[in-house]
Design a protein around this ligand. Structure first.
Ligand code: SF4
Length: 336
């Protein structure tokens, strides 16, 4: 059978729609919690191929201007995870298997019901381990750790993954294969300078500026700001009056956010897209503010002719909300 090399896989992955491709040897996952260890998904796998799909920065434009909120949640979040990357994974699986190697895709599709993902802990709630010594299904691999293992970039203080090409603007998908491919070196650059702009601009103030968490991966210590997951999930869905122009009057944000799974979506005044809750905060701190900072520092390898941001970000003041609801929400539109 024809030889398959890392260079061939990377070239083909890009032809199939990935923007970046990095390869990690499986020993780099040594020490991972079993519930997040990809070696349990495909024990004979020799490497983990990480694919990055850029979120074009234009997908954020409508939210950045405050005038079109649907693009990022649909095309930049659910669309990449549920449509674009699964197609690339399928095409790449078939292509690799034509060389006689098995290729097991691990798409970025949450297994909420079985893993208790809402708590962001690897804590399966409803599934039975099928053999002695195995973790319960579904294993939920941390794509950020895997992308680090594959040499694609670094995890920022925000816990969002940063690449030299796109900064924080990408999503990931994974492929495991028994093909003996050459791994990439770990990225040794320093994109994150701990400026803390992500934490300050986060709508939910979910990133601590004083407390950190850290792990060691492939001999490298990785540290990020402690994240309050409930504040993060509440804010990203638009649970703040300052950054959600659709938020109904008098909503108990905390109560609704605590039970945000599927059936409760919509409390934020905006529809869910492609199986994902509407992320209408548009990653204000961890992605957009970070991107502005990386662009200002000139560290991104894919620069633009124009800056992403050229004026102060918008904010909805309490007076704006009071005035809007005093007028009678939606009445003017209904009269047109
Ligand atoms: S905003 Fe600053 S501190 Fe936060 S991840 Fe980006 S570079 Fe790091």
């Amino acid at each position: 059978m024809q030889e398959l090399t890392s260079a061939m896989v990377k070239e083909q992955a890009k032809l199939f729609g990935a923007d970046l491709c990095g390869i990690a040897s499986m020993d780099r996952f040594e020490g991972a919690p079993p519930q997040a260890d990809p070696r349990f998904i495909f024990p004979r796998a020799k490497v983990c191929i990480m694919l990055a799909f850029r979120i074009p920065r234009g997908y954020f434009r409508g939210i950045e201007e405050g005038t079109l909120f649907s693009v990022y949640p649909s095309m930049g979040y659910g669309g990449i995870n549920m449509v674009v990357s699964p197609l690339t994974l399928r095409w790449l699986s078939c292509w690799i298997e034509d060389f006689g190697w098995e290729a097991a895709p691990v798409p970025n599709i949450f297994s909420n019901s079985s893993t208790g993902f809402s708590t962001q802990k690897y804590d399966p709630q409803h599934a039975i381990p099928v053999r002695e010594g195995l973790p319960a299904p579904d294993i939920l691999v941390d794509y950020r750790i895997a992308a680090f293992c594959a040499g694609l970039g670094q995890i920022g203080y925000s816990k969002v993954f940063l690449t030299p090409e796109f900064g924080p603007f990408q999503r990931f998908a994974m492929m495991l294969t028994d093909a003996p491919l050459e791994p990439d070196p770990i990225y040794e650059g320093k994109l994150c300078d701990r400026c803390m702009r992500c934490a300050r601009a986060c709508a939910g103030k979910a990133i601590s500026t004083t407390e950190t968490e850290s792990i060691t991966v492939a001999g490298h210590k990785i540290e990020w700001g402690k994240l309050d997951y409930l504040r993060c999930s509440t804010a990203y869905m638009g649970g703040t009056e300052e950054y959600n122009p659709f938020l109904p009057e008098g909503i108990d944000v905390e109560k609704m956010a605590e039970s945000y799974h599927g059936s409760k979506s919509g409390w934020n005044g905006y529809p869910a897209h492609l199986g994902h809750n509407a992320s209408i905060e548009g990653a204000r701190g961890c992605m957009r503010e970070c991107y502005v900072h990386l662009e200002e520092r000139g560290v991104l390898t894919k620069p633009f002719h124009n800056k992403f941001r050229d004026r102060k970000p918008w904010v909805i003041t309490p007076e704006m909300r009071r005035e809007f609801f005093a007028r009678g929400k939606g009445e003017e539109n209904a009269e047109e």
